[in-house]
Design a protein around this ligand. Structure first.
Ligand SMILES: [Zn+2]
Ligand SMILES: [Zn+2]
Length: 435
């Protein structure tokens, strides 16, 4: 694939015309979906190509995709994986990274929590009380930025228990997940105190503003979590700076791996082998990255510099398209998923060609709202029908006698009398009652 062909902005017809190992039908599907992503709607069957398929599309997927309705119950033997952030740069259809995993035993787990994903969790109908365990792959902002929102607003909603954050160690105590959490708590003091006129915790079971970090040694393979039949293993990733890890979750004979950010590595070949769902980062070729990120073309001043920077970022940190194909070809999951990858009508086709060099199994490009529901025998793929104007979902209710008393005595306790003297009384602006 020549670089000049990849970096120009191709039209849908050009994308379709590119050589590809796929069937026409599959390629049509991916190209059209990528185009529809750009126009903001993935759900309209009328936008689909004339290939006899109706309904929503997910790039790379060559089978019917259902519409996922938030709140759909999960069967006791099922695992559900929802993608609520799938990019390294914030974009409307792909916020920064987060994967939400629900299990048929009622447990749920959050992997990474990058900028912008809070809105997607709200639209997915996930209340803060179901987001108590967050597993961070590393401390880049596109994987942890929205923790501020999750941590700060959980206790004023329905999470009255501590937030547990698991994540990698650093080379020294000055880095890593423990010091990150300690400082997050410190920097959000004004918010925490401000909301503490409400009950934020339970008499027994801790407080919603407790932030409990579990640091996992980044160079080791080990068990991060083991409870109620769920095992989450962490293993090393190679990314940018010491202190990145990947995770594998196993329950009820089902398994999924989430790479976080990493260069292709043989830890992944070992831990990813034969898993049901392998979710792995992937990046576009360096010249595409340079062009998209900078707006430069090969004729412009600064082009060589932009390519050199992209090359350095990729070399230190990420997985090129053919490398993901190689990993999937070696590990052979039931479903391979590329994430952290910017879906466009001119990125999907070449990437799929590169992956298919090594891997012929089932594959998808993750976009926000993509949902995989699996059991040992079945796997269903769906796209979420998000309400763009959603509110928080129905909260978990606690009997008042279980709630701890608030720290402050009512909504005015933290405002001084000199300020309050300037507040306009209600009876000034509220219309008089009609007879
Ligand atoms: Zn990232
Ligand atoms: Zn990163």
């Amino acid at each position: 694939m020549s670089s000049s062909r990849q970096i120009r902005s191709s039209s849908l017809q050009e994308t379709l015309a590119q050589g590809s190992g796929q069937t026409r039908r599959a390629f049509l599907g991916t190209a059209v979906v990528a185009g529809v992503v750009g126009s903001g709607s993935l759900l309209e069957g009328s936008h689909a190509a004339d290939d006899g398929r109706d309904g929503p599309r997910v790039p790379g997927v060559d089978r019917p995709v259902k519409t996922f309705v938030p709140g759909t119950p999960l069967g006791p033997d099922q695992m559900r994986i929802s993608f609520l952030g799938t990019s390294f740069l914030p974009r409307i259809a792909q916020e920064c990274n987060s994967v939400y995993v629900e299990l048929g035993n009622g447990d749920d787990f959050v992997f990474d929590f990058g900028s912008g994903v809070s809105a997607k969790y709200v639209a997915m109908g996930v209340p803060p009380s179901r987001m108590t365990r967050v597993f961070l792959t590393h401390l880049h902002a596109d994987h942890m930025s929205d923790l501020t929102t999750l941590y700060c607003f959980g206790p004023s909603q329905d999470r009255k228990t501590p937030l547990y954050v698991y994540g990698p160690s650093g080379d020294t105590a000055a880095e890593g997940t423990r010091v990150f959490c300690r400082n997050l708590k410190k920097l959000t003091r004004w918010h925490r105190e401000g909301f503490s006129f409400l009950p934020t915790g339970l008499k027994v079971g801790g407080d919603g503003y407790d932030l409990i970090a579990t640091e996992l040694p980044y160079m080791e393979t080990g068990v991060a979590y083991h409870r109620r039949g769920v095992t989450i293993t962490h293993f090393p990733a190679i990314h940018d700076r010491d202190g990145s890890i990947s995770y594998k979750l196993e329950w009820n004979g089902l398994s999924m791996v989430f790479s976080g950010d990493t260069k292709p590595n043989d830890y992944m070949l070992r831990h990813g082998r034969g898993v049901d769902v392998l979710i792995h980062e992937m990046v576009v070729p360096v010249d595409v990255w340079a062009a998209k990120n900078s707006g430069l073309t090969p004729e412009d001043d600064g082009w060589d510099q932009a390519v050199a920077v992209a090359q350095e970022v990729q070399d230190s940190s990420h997985t090129p398209e053919p490398a993901l194909g190689y990993i999937l070809g070696k590990t052979r999951p039931r479903l391979g998923i590329a994430t952290h990858f910017q879906v466009n009508d001119d990125t999907v086709g070449p990437a799929l060609d590169a992956v298919r060099t090594w891997y012929q199994g089932e594959f998808a490009f993750a976009i926000d709202g993509f949902v995989v529901t699996l059991s040992k025998t079945d796997m269903e793929l769906a796209m979420t029908h998000f309400d763009d104007f959603s509110w928080y979902p129905k909260p978990k209710l606690y009997p008042p006698k279980l709630l701890a008393d608030p720290k402050y005595d009512g909504p005015y306790a933290q405002l001084n009398d000199r300020l309050l003297a300037h507040a306009i009384p209600k009876d000034v602006y509220e219309p008089p009652p009609t007879a």
